[in-house]
Design a binder for this molecule. Structure first.
Ligand code: FPP
Length: 238
């Protein structure tokens, strides 16, 4: 299929799985796989932008990932630190708007500052929106959203009858973004692992055996080619 014939999804979400197994296969520490994964992510953002994708959301660290060995968590946090700081200049050079979703208060204060700075300094960019999920879990996000709505009911500015799907979507970290059109999960696992469960209601799923550190533009094109052939009916008939 020619690239011109592809139906380009507006929003692609990725579960970047397989870094640890990829490194182990090479007799290297798991953290080597994460470092490689971070490089692949930067290239994927460029590829997504060049293909005309408008939103790219990636699952970088889940609310469950804190259970990993401390050293691994520290290495991943250091990758975020490096990325968040260097991304300001890179995103501005490439017109990328960067946003972070997830619960921030558990992160180190300097990481929180770096996130706020990156979001602020790139907020007027009009190219692709790059959304990084850090300390993100769908159940946690929905719980926080429901609490916000419950507070409004309690203070009298919202009645329970007014609560609908749109209001719930608007209470989530992803309130400013459209729902993903395509979800990609690498490395052979076929589950959601607490990622964007509300937002993926009508999303097309694509699973590949390729581990995240081996992902590249050709793999992205394969996923989009599959997506292009899908018939999205949203529960309706055609
Ligand atoms: C899943 O592989 C990957 C992660 C939990 C970490 C993802 C982080 C990055 C790609 C790098 C940093 C990101 C940014 C934004 C700079 P796994 O460790 O679960 O792999 P396994 O299933 O083979 O063990």
């Amino acid at each position: 299929m020619n690239v011109e014939d592809l139906k380009i999804p507006e929003h692609v979400a990725i579960i970047m799985d397989g870094n640890g197994r990829w490194a182990k296969k090479r007799h290297m520490p798991r953290t080597y796989g994460h470092a490689q994964g971070a490089k692949v992510l930067e290239q994927t953002l460029e590829d997504a932008d060049s293909l005309g994708i408008k939103y790219l959301t990636v699952y970088a660290f889940s609310t469950e990932n804190w259970a990993r060995p401390l050293e691994e968590v520290q290495v991943i946090m250091n990758l975020f630190r490096d990325y968040l700081i260097s991304a300001v200049e890179k995103c501005n050079r490439n017109n990328v708007r960067c946003r972070v979703i997830g619960e921030r208060s558990k992160l180190d204060p300097d990481i929180i500052d770096a996130i706020n700075n990156l979001e602020e300094k790139t907020k007027n960019n009009t190219g692709i929106t790059f959304i990084v999920a850090i300390n993100y879990g769908s159940r946690d996000e929905i719980t926080r959203g429901v609490k916000k709505l419950a507070e409004k009911v309690k203070e009298g500015s919202l009645s329970p009858e007014e609560i609908d799907g749109e209001l719930i979507s608007g209470s989530l970290d992803t309130a400013d973004f459209p729902d993903p059109d395509l979800l990609i999960r690498t490395s052979g696992e076929e589950r959601l692992s607490n990622f964007l469960m509300w937002q993926l209601a009508y999303t097309e799923f694509y699973f590949t055996e390729v581990p995240w550190p081996d992902f590249n533009k050709n793999e992205l094109l394969k996923a989009i080619e599959k997506y292009s052939g899908r018939d999205r009916r949203y529960g309706n008939v055609k």
